[in-house]
Write a protein that binds this ligand. Structure first.
Ligand code: DCP
Ligand code: MG
Ligand code: MN
Length: 347
């Protein structure tokens, strides 16, 4: 597939990928570890198929692709021969359908969704009626009230408009701030699931972004741009602050949109830019690359000299020392990854 054009991700084996993806989503929505593993292995298989340049026509050919096991190869043959995958209908059980709807509520994960299902809830109306005596948090209540808004994406132009209202308000507090939109917007996508804003400030004059966020949030609420808070930092004096909320264009009829704000120290801006631009799969690949080279990468920086527990490589014995964090370029360079523009950072 062409990685540079996220809008046209058509592959030669797209018919197979679509069916396997549908099956993967069904497994993802289920509660058992077994299902999680299945979803994970279909994910691996789908990525392998995306990179596979030839049309698959035989079992042996499918089986020879790394990441494709025997059972999956059989499924691939069924898709090729019948255009269908019966396993999808079989996995489409009532509980998956209902819990998928519930998980569309902000603040509801898989375990809550299945608990509500077990309490007898099947629809959003059941949830609203607190059927089975279920408990709903304040944040989940907001998630229910704006269910449709939160689950729809906004045109890029709307994200831009909202950002252009926010930016001058922030700069009024401090004209030296760095404030930019990240996420899918920076990657150039035509629509955005939310607005991701990164804020930092050059600290050469001894000042930082400290203290800005509470003032900014209050000002955005007064300007009727922020409408609901979903999560605030526990400690506003921390170095790194993250906020989640809902916002909208202050015009009649405008829809609620999800907004995330991340405030970071100036020294960490490169790593933060890299992290917050994504996409998440690209980030995972970069982190993996870092791990293989003996580094560790997160939104604060690239760390060297990290010692990992040989029994579980995910566990770090020490934090290591920071080797790069101020620019995206140096992180790419040290990892030996050729520079990629934000719009190229997909998969
Ligand atoms: N991110 C990540 N891992 C996660 C969540 C986020 O690496 N589990 C990073 C990469 C994302 C960025 O943060 O690109 C912003 O997160 P979003 O969830 O807002 O995702 P996007 O902006 O990429 O897409 P969308 O348009 O759906 O918001
Ligand atoms: Mg986003
Ligand atoms: Mn986001």
């Amino acid at each position: 597939c062409d990685k540079k054009e996220p809008q046209q991700r058509e592959c030669i084996n797209q018919d197979i990928i679509d069916k396997l993806q549908e099956l993967m989503e069904l497994h993802k929505a289920k509660p058992s570890d077994d299902d999680r593993w299945r979803a994970f292995s279909y994910g691996k298989c789908i990525r392998a198929l995306r990179n596979y340049p030839k049309k698959i026509t035989s079992f042996n050919q499918a089986r020879a692709i790394r990441g494709v096991g025997e059972k999956t190869a059989l499924k691939i043959m069924e898709i090729i021969e019948t255009g269908n995958l019966r396993r999808i209908a079989y996995e489409k059980t009532d509980d998956v359908e209902a819990t998928n709807i519930f998980q569309g509520i902000y603040g509801v994960g898989r375990s809550t969704a299945f608990m509500w299902y077990a309490s007898g809830c099947r629809t959003l109306d059941d949830i609203k009626a607190r059927k089975g005596g279920i408990k709903i948090s304040t944040v989940q209540e907001i998630g229910i009230r704006f269910y449709d808004d939160i689950n729809s994406r906004m045109p890029r132009s709307e994200a831009e408009k909202i950002f252009h209202l926010i930016k001058p308000i922030a700069l009024e507090f401090d004209p030296n701030l760095f404030i930019e939109i990240m996420g899918s917007f920076r990657r150039g996508k035509a629509d955005c699931g939310d607005i991701d804003i990164l804020i930092t400030r050059p600290n050469h004059d001894g000042k930082t972004h400290a203290g800005l966020l509470p003032e900014l949030l209050a000002a955005l609420h007064s300007a009727n741009i922020l409408t609901e808070d979903l999560s605030l930092p526990e400690d506003f004096s921390a170095l790194e602050l993250s906020y989640r909320g809902l916002c909208r264009l202050p015009e009649p009829g405008s829809r609620r949109r999800r907004i995330d704000i991340l405030c970071v120290p100036w020294e960490n801006r490169g790593a933060a830019l890299l992290y917050y631009t994504g996409d998440d799969i690209f980030n995972r690949a970069m982190r993996m690359k870092a791990n293989v080279l003996g580094y560790s990468l997160n939104q604060r920086g690239l760390y060297g000299g990290v010692v990992r527990d040989p029994r579980d490589r995910r566990v770090k014995v020490n934090e290591g020392n920071i080797v790069a964090s101020e620019t995206e370029e140096e992180i790419f360079k040290i990892l030996g990854v050729p520079w990629q523009e934000p719009h190229e950072r997909v998969r």
